[in-house]
Design a protein around this ligand. Structure first.
Ligand SMILES: NC(=O)c1ccc[n+]([C@@H]2O[C@H](COP(=O)([O-])OP(=O)(O)OC[C@H]3O[C@@H](n4cnc5c(N)ncnc54)[C@H](OP(=O)(O)O)[C@@H]3O)[C@@H](O)[C@H]2O)c1
Length: 264
């Protein structure tokens, strides 16, 4: 692995927190924070997965990795996280976890939609409110929110997910400006397809421009000082321009409707 050129942990702090860290992009973020010299708190529901990532971190980078097997959809989880972080100087929060209800909006169970709102919308708000005040006191910190090209317009078949990802883009932009005065960097990473277990559950085909999770995590953390938004990958940057600036809105929605059913 290449060594980072920036003293990342000096700029941001000693601990990184990754919400949704057991596999795919979340694991890649956790490993990349460790590569940059940070201790990492890994949060996900499946304990064996975060434990596996923690042992990789400790053996490869010699930093500390702690595991919290909790459901980010539960309101009580934030209190658990606060307890765990009470004596830690948190430098970077990456909110990666997401829930994706698939299918037509009216035929989706309300519980499925509520899970997406809890994990994708309430989760980042609650963790930022728990963690950013400490960053403000120390006058250093960074926050990465994971969003998606699907959040740039309505996406039939993925409506709750795409709306929640649009929310994260706007949340990140507002925070980027508000927290800049406290020396906290905020970046929303607007990813295209990334080869993760989450992606494989949704599509059996590679989308053009698909990226590896390690590449996205590294590029997003490199871009953290340059918020408010970052689209990783040349093809995805072209797609983002096309969707949000060049195509009429109706055509962009029609394109997403097609892309939301990749296996049809
Ligand atoms: N993959 C893509 O193509 C792609 C494209 C654009 C944007 N993104 C964004 O990138 C992020 C990662 O997506 P991914 O599908 O690729 O996932 P992933 O990184 O493969 O895994 C998601 C992680 O979140 C955890 N998680 C999910 N729900 C959770 C909950 N309720 N509580 C605690 N942890 C939870 C999962 O572990 P447990 O299940 O064990 O809890 C898992 O470790 C998402 O925000 C997504 O919107 C992904």
């Amino acid at each position: 692995m290449t060594q980072p050129t920036q003293p990342f942990s000096e700029r941001y702090g000693r601990w990184g927190v990754v919400a949704g860290a057991g596999e795919g992009l979340g694991a890649a973020f956790a490993l990349d924070l460790a590569r940059r010299g940070m201790n990492v708190l890994l949060i996900a529901r499946r304990e064996h997965q975060i434990k596996h990532v923690a042992s990789q971190i400790q053996s490869s980078f010699g930093v500390t990795a702690r595991c919290l097997a909790q459901d980010l959809a539960n309101v009580e989880t934030v209190a658990e996280i606060e307890r765990e972080l009470a004596d830690k100087d948190v430098g970077v929060l990456v909110y990666n976890a997401a829930h994706i209800p698939l299918g037509s909006f009216l035929d989706t169970e309300m519980a499925d939609i509520e899970q997406a709102v809890a994990v994708n919308v309430r989760g980042p708000i609650a963790l930022i409110r728990a963690i950013a005040p400490g960053m403000r006191e120390r006058r250093r910190g960074g926050i990465v929110l994971m969003s998606s090209l699907a959040g740039l317009q309505g996406a039939p078949g993925l409506i709750t997910y795409s709306s929640s990802k649009a929310f994260n883009i706007v949340l990140g932009e507002g925070l980027w400006r508000e927290l800049r005065d406290c020396d906290i960097d905020v970046l929303t990473c607007i990813a295209g397809a990334v080869r993760t277990p989450g992606y494989a559950r949704y599509s059996s085909r590679d989308t053009p421009g698909i990226q590896e999770p390690e590449t996205v995590a590294r590029q997003a953390l490199d871009a953290l000082p340059k918020g408010p938004r970052f689209v990783p990958g040349f093809t995805n940057r072209l797609t983002a321009q096309f969707l949000s600036r060049l195509l009429p809105r109706r055509a962009a929605i029609a394109l997403l409707a097609k892309a939301s059913h990749p296996d049809e």
